[in-house]
Design a protein. Structure first.
Length: 177
């Protein structure tokens, strides 16, 4: 299974410096106008911007890591099946867009919700049971949905790269016929 993309250990420092400079220069100009002294205002603004950039970037990184850990869904044991695609998604179940993770193996399409939903469940469709798979527009506007139809029901998901998902699903269906 592919490993998630990770950032280099010093990437947060680069982001902190960039955001600090982008924030610091306008703040330096503002401080200079307020004080009437460019020799004090500009360096103080840039220093404040760099400090703000470092602190804010670190806080956002920590928050993102904690949120990612909360919404993680462990991959199920697919036995001898190979995972061909996987990614976060939302599954429309009634009025709720249930957040979770979607997998495409060489035998099925599988969804598992994460624990921060009102509805928690697992949904699986064997490739031999899928009658149709199509890229669709979410709310009729955004090209990020897929619709999977079986004899029992039609399910809708919001994913990244919906066309790639449907192409891969059809490719696997054709391998099984």
């Amino acid at each position: 299974m592919p490993e998630p993309e990770t950032q280099s250990p010093d990437s947060w420092l680069k982001a902190a410096i960039l955001s600090g400079v982008l924030y610091g220069i306008p703040m330096g100009i503002l401080f200079s106008f307020q004080s009437g002294r460019w020799d004090i205002g500009l360096p103080m603004g840039i220093l404040a911007g760099l400090l703000f950039g470092a602190v804010f970037t670190r806080l956002i990184r920590t928050f993102t890591q904690r949120q990612t850990a909360k919404f993680r869904v462990d991959a199920p044991d697919f036995g001898t099946e190979s995972v061909l695609m996987e990614g976060p998604c939302n599954h429309f179940k009634g009025v709720e867009g249930v957040g979770g993770y979607l997998w495409l193996t060489d035998g099925r399409v599988h969804f598992a919700s994460h624990s921060f939903n009102v509805q928690n469940y697992v949904w699986t469709a064997q490739l031999r049971d899928i009658r149709d798979a199509a890229a669709v527009k979410t709310l009729g506007l955004i090209d990020n949905g897929i619709q999977i139809s079986t004899a029992e029901a039609t399910e809708r998901f919001v994913v990244n790269n919906s066309k790639t998902w449907t192409e891969m699903i059809w490719k696997q269906i054709q391998c099984h016929t």
